[in-house]
Design a protein around this ligand. Structure first.
Ligand code: PLP
Length: 429
């Protein structure tokens, strides 16, 4: 019997569905036992070029030797104290405040969901208002403030669409949902909820639906609208942060939000996240004497996450990490466009830097609603076929792919050859 199947069957005995995050339960189901550089291996020993990248954290490559060494060095002398601060926290905070434009001060937590929760509650305390704006299709974590109108079914777009049973009505209804790239919609929402909106949270590039780029002026427009209406702007850079630039997408776009949340690529797969922003706002957290917004966590600033993050940022500072992943990202996108041309396939290859996806539709999507045009069946079948041939991409509709510093030109060439053969098979059946 396949070891994959055997372990998965056992996993289902002990954990509901056999997986530890909802959307990990996919078909084909894999049990992974090894990751090294650009490659991952399943329990049957099959090797894949990995573009899932753990949903984004893996920016340097799996089990990166430098990051691992720095983690091991750190935990041989230090771990967690639950009091005071550590030298590693100071070093990491200094790096983030040096690189990320909006980060005058920063606090560490363990996941992106914690970071967005803290950021949003802080904006409610600062403004004395309750409401929040998010965008249809964006994901900001699992908590009640934001878990609505994520990957909504098409008939629920923009409607009241809580993502989970058990959510508080008050949390759902205080979160208003707008259309990405539509400043008129945001403006109308501010006007209709005058004096009630504490903040607006946005993925500057909504990567949770692949790669929908902000149109010129959109992020600037959000910043202006927030200022005009006395609300705070939160950039959720949990995916874009450190992946698109060491300073985050805010550095690329030249738009500085009031608060920023970060995670994922921050530590190449080790668990740590952060919330950062203007000093005057951050000092409302009760880590500061007299601060009145609760901020805590037993594992905050653990040596494993902080050491891994310092090592990851050091590599970004000292080696051409972004140059490499951007060049390979462009090579991949233009290679795929060439394949589409040769095969006469109408598709839109979207992407930025190291991230890309192929939407099977013939124009650029500007928001979640536009993605209804994508041929979802082809999208998922394409990914499943690629997995069979050793290219791992998430086998799910409108998901993105990630290139890491460990991927090589040869990996991209191999991937393009396999993509061409799979598309030939699927489209010219
Ligand atoms: C943009 C964004 N924000 C927040 C989160 C939540 O982060 P975490 O899964 O670490 O809680 C995610 C996770 O995918 C995300 O993509």
């Amino acid at each position: 019997m396949s070891k994959n199947i055997e372990l998965y069957e056992e996993s289902k005995l002990y954990s509901p569905g056999g997986v530890h995050t909802s959307i990990r339960n996919v078909n084909p189901m894999k049990v992974f036992t090894k990751g090294e550089g650009a490659y991952i291996y399943d329990a049957d020993g099959k090797k894949y070029i990995d573009y899932q990248g753990a949903f984004g954290p893996i920016i340097l490559g799996h089990s990166h030797p430098y990051v691992n060494r720095k983690v091991i060095e750190a935990i041989e002398r230090t771990d967690l104290y639950g009091v005071g601060c550590t030298d590693l926290e100071v070093e990491l905070a200094r790096k983030i405040c040096t690189h990320v434009p909006s980060s005058e001060q920063v606090l560490f937590c363990n996941s992106g969901s914690e970071a967005t929760y803290h950021a949003i509650r802080l904006t409610r305390a600062i403004t004395g208002r309750n409401k929040l704006i998010k965008f249809q299709g964006c994901y900001h974590g699992w908590h009640d403030y934001v878990a609505r109108n994520m990957l909504s079914s098409w008939d629920m777009i923009g409607k009241r669409d809580p993502g989970s049973a058990g959510m508080l009505d008050e949390a759902i209804d205080n979160t208003l949902v707008c259309t990405f790239n539509d400043l008129d919609d945001v403006e109308r929402t501010f006007r209709e909820n005058k004096g009630q909106i504490a903040s607006l949270i946005v993925e500057p590039i909504p990567h949770n639906i692949g790669c929908v780029m902000p149109q010129p002026g959109f992020l600037e427009g959000l910043s202006e609208l927030c200022t005009a209406h006395g609300a705070l702007l939160i950039f959720d850079e949990v995916i874009t942060g450190f992946r698109h630039d060491i300073g985050g997408y805010q550095k690329v776009a030249g738009v500085t939000p009031d608060l920023t949340t970060m995670g994922k690529a921050m530590a190449n797969g080790y668990p740590i996240a952060a919330v950062a922003g203007k000093r005057e706002y951050m000092q409302r957290f009760n880590t500061y004497p007299g601060g009145d917004v609760w901020f805590a966590g037993t594992y905050n600033g653990h040596a494993v996450g902080t050491a891994a993050s310092i090592a990851t940022l050091e590599l970004m500072e000292n080696e051409p990490v972004h140059e490499h992943i951007f060049r390979l990202g462009e090579k991949m996108r233009s290679g795929i466009r060439g394949i589409h041309e040769r095969l006469g396939i109408e598709a839109y290859v979207a992407g930025f830097g190291s991230v890309w996806t192929t939407y099977f539709m013939n124009n650029e999507p500007k928001n979640y609603s536009d993605l209804q045009q994508n041929d979802a069946e082809l999208y998922v079948n394409y990914r499943k076929k690629l997995i069979e041939k050793g290219i791992f991409k998430m086998p799910m509709n409108i998901k993105r792919n990630h290139i890491s510093y460990a991927h090589t030109d040869e990996d991209v060439d191999t991937t393009l050859t396999i993509i061409e053969s799979v598309l030939k098979e699927l489209v010219h059946k």
